[in-house]
Design a protein around this ligand. Structure first.
Ligand SMILES: CC(C)(COP(=O)(O)OP(=O)(O)OC[C@H]1O[C@@H](n2cnc3c(N)ncnc32)[C@H](O)[C@@H]1OP(=O)(O)O)[C@@H](O)C(=O)NCCC(=O)NCCS
Length: 188
C-alpha cells in the first residue's frame, strides 16, 4: 500500500491575521512523537480538525508506520500544541505531508514553520527527494507557509484537483523538490 494524501478539509479557514500576543509561557519544545503521546495527539487533532480529525485507530497506525517523521510541539505541561506528520512511500524517494497543525493560541509565532523545516530536514537526511501535500484552496495561511518553504502547485491545472476527497472537496496539490544525494557536496 502506498501513502495517500489525507490532509483534511478545513471549512473554518483562518483569515489573514496579525499575530496574537504570545502566551505567557515558554515556547513548546519540538520533538519526535512517542507512543505515550497518542491520546494527547488524538485530542489535539480533534481540537484543530474537529469533524475531519483522524480516527484514533488511524493515528495509531500512522504513528507505527512513520514515527521518525511524526513530530510534536510539547509545552512541557502535558499538552501538545502542534504536530506534523510525513509519510514516505515504501518504494521510491517521495513523501506526503499528511498532517500539520498548531493550536489556535500559538499560531503566528513561527511554530508551523519550525515543524515543517524540521520534518523537511529529516526527509532530506533520509534520502527523500520529492515532498507533496494537499491543501484546501482557500486555506491562505497554510498556502503562504508552504510557498515560503518552496512548495509550488503541481501541474496540471495549477495543482487544482476537483472533488479530490469527494464531491465538493477540491484540493490543491503542492510539491517541493529536495536536493538529491548526488546534488550534495562531500559530507552533505
Ligand atoms: C497552517 C498553520 C500550521 C500555520 O502555523 P503557524 O505556527 O501559525 O505558522 P507560522 O507562524 O510558522 O507562519 C509561517 C508563515 O505562514 C504564513 N501564515 C501563517 N499563518 C498566516 C495567517 N493567518 N495569515 C497569513 N499568513 C500566514 C506566513 O507566510 C508566515 O510567515 P511570516 O510569519 O513570516 O509572515 C496553522 O495556521 C494551523 O494549524 N492551521 C489549521 C490547520 C491547517 O490548516 N493545517 C494545514 C493543512 S494543509
Amino acid at each position: 500500500m502506498t501513502a495517500e494524501p489525507l490532509e483534511r478539509s478545513l471549512d473554518r479557514h483562518e483569515q489573514r491575521t496579525v499575530p496574537a500576543p504570545y502566551p505567557d509561557t515558554l515556547p513548546p519544545v519540538l520533538r519526535t512523537a512517542r507512543d505515550s503521546d497518542l491520546s494527547e495527539l488524538r485530542r489535539l487533532d480533534e481540537e484543530v480538525f474537529q469533524d475531519v480529525s483522524y480516527p484514533g485507530f488511524l493515528l495509531r497506525q500512522l504513528f507505527d508506520m512513520y514515527e521518525e517523521h511524526f513530530l510534536v510541539l510539547d509545552d512541557g505541561a502535558g499538552r501538545l500544541r502542534g504536530y506534523v506528520l510525513a509519510a514516505t512511500r515504501a518504494l521510491g524517494q517521495d513523501s506526503w505531508i499528511l498532517g500539520l497543525c498548531v493550536t489556535q493560541d500559538r499560531r503566528r509565532h513561527g511554530l508551523g514553520r519550525e515543524l515543517m523545516t524540521e520534518v523537511l530536514s529529516r526527509l532530506r537526511r533520509d534520502g527523500i527527494e520529492v515532498v507533496r501535500l494537499t491543501v484546501e484552496p482557500a486555506n491562505v495561511a497554510a498556502i503562504l507557509l508552504y510557498r515560503s518553504l518552496g512548495f509550488r502547485p503541481e501541474d496540471p491545472d495549477a495543482g487544482l484537483r476537483r472533488d479530490y476527497f469527494g464531491p465538493g472537496m477540491d484540493r490543491q496539490i503542492m510539491r517541493l523538490d529536495l536536493p538529491g544525494r548526488a546534488d550534495r557536496g562531500p559530507g552533505g
